[in-house]
Design a protein around this ligand. Structure first.
Ligand code: KE4
Length: 438
């Protein structure tokens, strides 16, 4: 029976009258994949329900935060309890200290923390802090890396910028990106060349330690270590943008998983348990350059607000439970195996490439391996789109872009994996028919 869509359709038409594109973040509009974005009515655990009553197994997880699943009772209760005492004071509260202490305990490189209200704000702050602390101007980022939409970083960006074909956005004056240097992801020789040319003026290297915004691309062996050594040698700061990987790939993030310590870390998503939070964190002698201790200005009305802190504290408490990441890994590995089998059954074993780090993964519609942006953008988008829509019709909710990650939560079950695999059988067959038909 075809899914009903009339309520989402009406809602989308109405939204487009007053919200640009009917959405508040571009990728949600389904521009790359076409079709109608379901309007979500509610979510619980790993399930979403749209306005028309269609239920989905959710692998977007609100783009990463829902690592527990949606509406976890302990998170809901903590937020309700906090809001009953007042949603925001614009004054210090103990909850901010408690969440910062949990972050510092999980990430030894993070002696001090500054909370913001989004990942974009966190990365923007980290870049300004690195420039202020070093007295240098240039920032190295990687092609296809996405770090939010601050001007200096909207250069060859991934995620929605790549999805919409605007990796470098209009409205960003050349002066804003004049100090942004680019290198291919996983190419430490390229960054070495940048250091040899600009060493005295590189403030920081900004990297997603697992690239999650051009699909999922793990760091090549030695890549992160090489960046660490180059930054140390040249007096630049290494910034790990762990907005997506923080508390996702391990309790201590990618820096624990790969054993490389950055000078600064940006966080978001999971630490807010679904409420608006970001954070920049690092060694005290760097962080203390921030106002009010140091001169590098940064501020925010809702930074560290009680509701978001309560959601983050409840979430991190649950992540710290023994066996949490082992169970997440088991479910994620089972899902990858089931999807690989479904692709093979559709004759696509040699035409798609699965890449996974913990509970974030991606199926690239290209033979692979996918090591950087150029590899990722070689994907067959007609095949991806056919796969995406067949999965959606079958009740499996994926990110509407080849250049995003798929997230598994603690709420996903073996039954969900089996149900997803059944839908994927048809979805990969649809993709097989669509290859080359862009
Ligand atoms: P926000 O400003 O969206 O909270 O965070 C920006 C950001 C920074 N760094 C990394 C590594 C990120 O992945 C993000 C945001 N991720 C995207 C999903 N790929 C957000 C989804 C969206 O833009 O709607």
């Amino acid at each position: 029976m075809a899914r009903r869509e009339d309520k989402s359709k009406a809602a989308f038409e109405r939204a487009k009258q007053v919200l640009v594109g009917g959405v508040n973040s571009p990728v949600r509009a389904y521009g790359a994949v076409g079709g109608l974005p379901p309007f979500i009515a509610k979510a619980s655990g790993e399930k979403l329900t749209d306005l028309d009553g269609n239920e989905y197994i959710d692998y977007v997880g609100t783009w990463g935060p829902a690592v527990l699943g949606h509406a976890h009772p302990k998170v809901v209760e903590a937020v309700c309890r906090a809001v009953r005492r007042g949603a925001s004071f614009g004054a210090p509260t103990e909850a901010e200290t408690l969440l910062a202490e949990k972050i510092a305990a999980a990430l030894p490189s993070c002696q001090k923390v500054r909370f913001t209200s989004s990942g974009t704000e966190a990365v923007m702050t980290a870049v300004r802090l690195a420039r202020g602390a070093t007295g240098r101007n240039k920032i190295v980022k990687f092609v296809g890396g996405y770090h939010g939409h601050a001007d200096a970083l909207l250069v060859r960006a991934g995620s929605g910028a790549t999805t919409l074909g605007t990796p470098s956005s209009p409205g960003v004056p050349p002066a804003a990106t004049a100090d942004t240097l680019l290198a291919p992801y996983n190419d430490a020789h390229a960054t070495a060349r940048l250091f040899s040319e600009y060493a005295a003026d590189i403030a920081a290297v900004l990297v997603e330690p697992v690239a999650g915004n051009m699909g999922v691309i793990p760091p090549a062996e030695g890549f992160l270590r090489a960046l660490r050594e180059q930054c140390t040698r040249h007096g630049a700061l290494l910034i790990f943008d762990e907005v997506m990987t923080g508390f996702r790939v391990a309790l201590g993030g990618a820096q624990e998983l790969y054993g490389v310590q950055p000078d600064l870390t940006t966080l978001g998503k999971i630490i807010g348990g679904g409420l608006p939070v970001g954070a920049v964190a690092g060694r005290a002698e760097i962080m203390d350059h921030l106002a009010p201790v140091g001169p590098v200005y940064q501020a925010g009305t809702l930074s560290g607000n009680p509701a978001a802190m309560a959601a983050g504290l409840a979430t991190l408490d649950l992540l710290a439970q023994p066996g949490f990441y082992e169970t997440l890994e088991k479910t994620s590995a089972a899902l990858e195996s089931a999807l690989r089998q479904a692709a093979a059954d559709a004759g696509l074993a040699e035409r798609v490439c699965f890449q996974r780090v913990g509970s974030m993964m991606c199926c690239f519609f290209t033979p692979g391996p996918v090591r950087n942006y150029d590899d990722a953008t070689a994907c067959d988008l007609a095949a991806f789109n056919a796969y995406f829509h067949a999965m959606l019709q079958g009740g499996v909710y994926l990110a509407p872009s080849q250049f995003e990650a798929m997230f598994v939560s603690a709420a996903h079950t073996a039954e969900d994996v089996a149900a997803t695999a059944r839908v994927a059988q048809a979805a990969f067959r649809a993709a097989a028919d669509a290859f080359g038909k862009a």
